[in-house]
Design a protein around this ligand. Structure first.
Ligand SMILES: NC(=O)NCCC(=O)O
Ligand SMILES: [Zn+2]
Ligand SMILES: [Zn+2]
Length: 483
C-alpha cells in the first residue's frame, strides 16, 4: 500500500518564492504542490493541517560529526541519536565526515563510517578527509567519486600531529579534486601557529579553557583561509571554507569573490549567536563545553557573519555537531589543549537562525531556506532532489510554526549530550512537523524516528560550478607562440 502525507493550507517557501499551496507526498516523493489537493490524496493519507504555518524544504546540515573518534574519545551522539535530534529540529539530511587516520587507506575508513551510519534515522552523505598523500590516496579519491557518490573532500589545516594536511597534500588533493569534479573544502586555521600559541599560552600559566581562544586568534583563521583560497585560485578549482567564524576569513572570501573566484563559505549557528565570554565562565564544565575550533568570537565577528549571509558572500549554515559530555571534556582539566574539541547544535540550528535571522528582519523566509538547505543542495549537487519543494523532489519537509516558541535546553533536547550551548535561549519559530522521505517523524513534540530509516545519498560529481570552471580554464588556456 502506498504511504502518503498531505500538508494542507500552509505557505510553501522555496529559496526563490513563497506561495499558498498544499503539498502531497506519496511513497517518499513530492507528488503534487498546488491548491486543494485533498481530492488527489490516496485513501488512508495522513493529513497535517498547516494553516498559518510555513512549509519549508527540510534543513540540510552539511557539517556534522556523529560517532566520531577524536582526541582520544568518541562523540556521544551516534548516527541514530544525532539524526533523530536533527529531525526534531527540522533538519532532514546531514553531510558527515569520513576522517581516515594518517596512513589509513581511504576506502577502509569510508567503509567503517558507512557501517556506523547504517543506524541513521535521516538521509546522510559523506565528505571524505584527505589527511595524508600517496598514490593510493590519489586512486581512492577516484573510486570514492566515481563509484561511491562522494563529491567533496575535506582538508584540516589545523590539528598538527594528528589529521593536519600540509601544503603539499593540499595542492595534490585540490588538483585531483578538480580532475574529478569534486569540491575541496577546508577547515581553515594555521595549525603551526595554533601549536606554537598553545605552548606559549600554557607557559604563561593559562591552563583553563580561556586559553583556547587565545591560541586560535582570528588571524590564524584568516591566514589559512587566504592560503587555501590562493592555492585554489592558482589551480582553478572552486573551494568551500567550513565554519567561517570571523571577519578575517569572511573578508578573504569576499575579496576572492570580488576577483571572480568561486569561493563558498559556511557559517555555524553557534558562531552567529554565542560570543567568546563563555571561555571565562568560572565553572570549568561550562567553559570546556564550549571548546570547539574555531572558537566562539567577540561580537563584532558575529555581525560580520550575519552580513556575509545577508549579502550572499557566505552561503550555507551548519552546526559542526560534535558532542562530548562533561566527563569527556574533563580530559582537559589542567591543560586546555586536551579538551576534546566540539559542540552540538544539529537540533537547534534551524530555530536559532530563524529566531535571530528572520525575526530580526535580517533574512526573509526564502533567504532562510537558501542558507539552511537550498544553497547546500546546490553546492554539493543534491539539488533539486533536496533543498526544494517541487514535484519529484524527495519528500523532506518541515512544517514551520513561526508563532511557536520554546526554550532550548539539555533537559529537553534529543541529543545524548549533557550540555546544550544554547541553554536557556528562548526561540520563536520552531518545527511543528517534520517529514523525512515521506514519513511523519516529528509531530508536535512526538519523535517517531527509526534506526536505519535514513539512506546514504550518492552525490554526483561535476556540479554546475565545475562545468563553468572547466569552460573558463579552456577559454583562458595559455597557448604557445608559433615561431
Ligand atoms: N570543530 C570542532 O571543534 N570539532 C570537530 C572537528 C572540526 O570540525 O574541526
Ligand atoms: Zn573543523
Ligand atoms: Zn567539523
Amino acid at each position: 500500500m502506498s504511504q502518503s502525507v498531505l500538508i494542507r493550507g500552509g505557505t510553501v517557501v522555496n529559496a526563490d518564492c513563497e506561495r499558498r499551496a498544499d503539498v502531497l507526498c506519496v511513497d517518499g516523493l513530492i507528488a503534487a504542490v498546488g491548491e486543494n489537493l485533498a481530492a488527489q490524496a490516496p485513501a488512508g493519507c495522513q493529513v497535517v493541517e498547516a494553516g498559518g504555518q510555513y512549509v519549508l524544504p527540510g534543513g540540510i546540515d552539511p557539517h556534522t560529526h556523529m560517532n566520531f573518534p577524536f582526541m582520544g574519545t568518541t562523540t556521544v551522539d551516534d548516527f541514530y541519536s544525532g539524526t533523530s535530534a536533527a529531525l526534531a529540529g527540522g533538519t532532514t539530511s546531514i553531510i558527515d565526515f569520513v576522517i581516515p587516520d594518517p596512513q589509513q587507506p581511504l576506502m577502509d575508513a569510508y567503509q567503517t563510517w558507512r557501517g556506523w551510519a547504517e543506524s541513521a534515522a535521516a538521509d546522510y552523505g559523506f565528505h571524505v578527509a584527505i589527511t595524508w598523500w600517496d598514490e593510493s590516496v590519489h586512486r581512492d579519491m577516484g573510486t570514492l567519486v566515481q563509484q561511491e557518490g562522494v563529491n567533496s573532500f575535506k582538508h584540516f589545516m589545523a590539528y598538527k600531529n594528528a589529521i593536519m594536511c600540509d601544503d603539499e597534500t593540499l595542492v595534490n588533493s585540490f588538483r585531483r579534486a578538480l580532475e574529478l569534479g569534486a569540491m575541496p573544502t577546508v577547515h581553515a586555521e594555521n595549525g603551526e601557529l595554533v601549536y606554537l600559541l598553545q605552548q606559549e599560552v600554557l607557559k604563561m600559566g593559562i591552563t583553563g579553557p580561556e586559553g583556547h581562544p587565545l591560541s586560535r586568534p582570528p588571524m590564524v583563521e584568516g591566514e589559512a583561509a587566504n592560503r587555501a583560497i590562493a592555492i585554489a585560485d592558482v589551480l582553478g578549482v572552486p573551494i568551500y571554507i567550513v565554519h567561517v567564524s570571523c571577519q578575517e576569513s569572511a573578508d578573504a572570501i569576499a575579496r576572492a569573490r570580488a576577483r571572480g573566484q568561486r569561493v563558498y563559505g559556511e557559517v555555524l549557528a553557534g558562531h552567529l549567536v554565542i560570543d567568546d565570554s563563555v571561555y571565562r565562565h568560572p565553572d570549568f564544565n561550562v567553559a570546556a563545553a564550549h571548546v570547539m575550533s574555531p572558537p566562539f568570537r567577540a561580537k563584532p565577528h558575529q555581525d560580520a557573519l550575519w552580513r556575509g549571509l545577508q549579502s550572499g558572500q557566505l552561503h550555507t549554515t551548519a552546526t559542526d555537531h560534535c558532542t562530548f559530555c562533561a566527563a569527556q571534556k574533563a580530559a582537559g582539566q589542567g591543560n586546555f589543549t586536551k579538551i576534546p574539541n566540539g559542540c552540538g547544535g544539529v537540533e537547534e540550528r534551524m530555530a536559532v537562525i530563524w529566531d535571530a535571522g528572520v525575526n530580526s528582519g535580517r533574512l526573509t523566509p526564502s533567504e532562510f531556506v537558501a542558507i539552511t538547505s537550498a544553497n547546500t543542495a546546490k553546492l554539493f549537487n543534491l539539488y533539486p532532489k533536496k533543498g526544494l519543494i517541487a514535484v519529484g523532489a524527495d519528500a523532506d519537509l518541515v512544517v514551520w510554526d513561526p508563532a511557536g516558541s520554546k526554550t532550548l535546553s539539555a533537559k529537553t533536547h534529543h541529543s545524548k549530550n549533557d550540555f546544550n550551548v544554547f541553554e536557556g535561549r528562548t526561540v520563536k519559530g520552531i518545527a511543528s512537523h517534520t517529514v523525512s522521505r515521506g514519513q511523519l517523524v516529528w509531530v508536535d513534540g512526538d519523535l517517531r524516528t527509526l534506526p536505519g530509516a535514513g539512506r546514504y545519498i550518492k552525490r554526483p560529481a561535476f556540479g554546475p560550478q565545475f562545468s563553468a570552471s572547466a569552460l573558463r580554464a579552456q577559454v583562458q588556456a595559455p597557448t604557445p607562440v608559433e615561431r
